[in-house]
Design a protein around this ligand. Structure first.
Ligand code: TA6
Length: 292
């Protein structure tokens, strides 16, 4: 197991050759390679210098998902909150040798004290986040622990905004959503129930699937499973593809045809607020399995 930290990015490699790269900016995973294959999509125009959230990989969304609501403690935060554009600390690694293959866990921390003055003013709660990234052969697990370090309870959303790399959106389907109710943000937040056991993406798609019964969402390419995305203690899953117009409208989305090769499957708790009272903590995460 090899872990290197150049003070802006932590890179880990395990004996199988699998690697993961985590920017301290936003604790954003910008690469995960397994079996010689890159699993995440990152825009060619993504900013990796901390000047804006990374367009790709796995941005961490906290304490609010989407544009913040009015008349709420999060109202003056930027879209998707401050976690993805704050500098996190690398807290260190732990490795475990096992018969099958070695694994490595790296921890990252973000605390209210480490926030920008602007973010602290916008959301004045004492909190601590610990984000653990565990690389094992063919799998990447991430767990986020939210701790209330203050005297007042607070409400939050959390979401892992994963940009999966796929070969071609037109031959990709998503299973595990059947029967789940969802909010369709492209059809002005209309509520519907998923009737497809294998969902095809045929245009701009921006849906919040709520309280899924199944904890695994599978991405299938040309009829064979490519990824399992397994939720742990997260209630919801967002499916997003910007398609042509929205891709054109994002300055940091390149190539403009990149929407054909990416699919966001984003596990989170976003349809309802999660609340932690004084001294309480809460944790949730995902395990993504690369099936090729
Ligand atoms: O997760 C889907 C979404 O909420 C979309 O509505 C779109 O806004 C996307 O996130 C990207 O948001 P960003 O702030 O990263 O441009």
């Amino acid at each position: 197991v090899n872990v290197s930290d150049d003070n802006s990015k932590v890179t880990a490699t395990i004996p199988s050759g699998d690697t993961v790269e985590v920017l301290l900016y936003g604790a954003t995973i910008i690469s995960w390679k397994s079996n010689g294959t890159e699993n995440f999509w990152v825009s060619d125009a993504a900013k990796l210098d901390g000047s804006k959230p990374v367009r790709g990989g796995v941005p961490v969304v906290f304490p609010v998902f989407g544009p913040p609501p009015k008349n709420h403690a999060t109202s003056s935060l930027p879209q998707h909150g401050f976690a993805r554009n704050s500098r996190w600390e690398y807290l260190g690694k732990s490795t475990s040798e096992s018969a099958s293959d070695d694994s490595v866990k790296m921890d990252f921390g973000l605390y209210s004290a480490g926030l920008s003055e602007e973010a602290k003013k916008a959301w004045p709660y004492d909190f601590g986040l610990v984000y653990s990234v565990t690389l094992t052969k063919g799998e990447l697990s991430t767990i986020l622990t939210v701790r209330n370090e203050g005297k007042e309870g607070f409400d939050f959303n959390v979401l892992l905004h994963t940009y999966l790399r796929i070969k071609d959106i037109s031959t990709t389907t998503i299973s595990g959503l059947l029967g789940t109710s969802y909010v369709d943000k492209v059809l002005d937040a209309r509520e519907s129930t998923e009737s497809n056991s294998d969902l095809r993406i045929t245009g701009e798609t921006d849906r919040v699937y709520k309280s899924l019964a199944q904890d695994t969402t599978t991405v299938v390419e040309n009829g064979s499973p490519r990824f399992d995305v397994v939720r742990k203690n997260f209630r919801d899953t967002v499916i997003w593809n910007p398609w042509t117009e929205k891709a054109k409208g994002m300055g940091d989305f390149e190539p403009k045809t990149g929407w054909r090769e990416m699919l966001c499957v984003e596990v989170g708790s976003v349809a309802e607020w999660v609340r932690v009272e004084e001294g309480e903590s809460w944790e949730a995460g995902q395990t993504i399995k690369s099936l090729v």
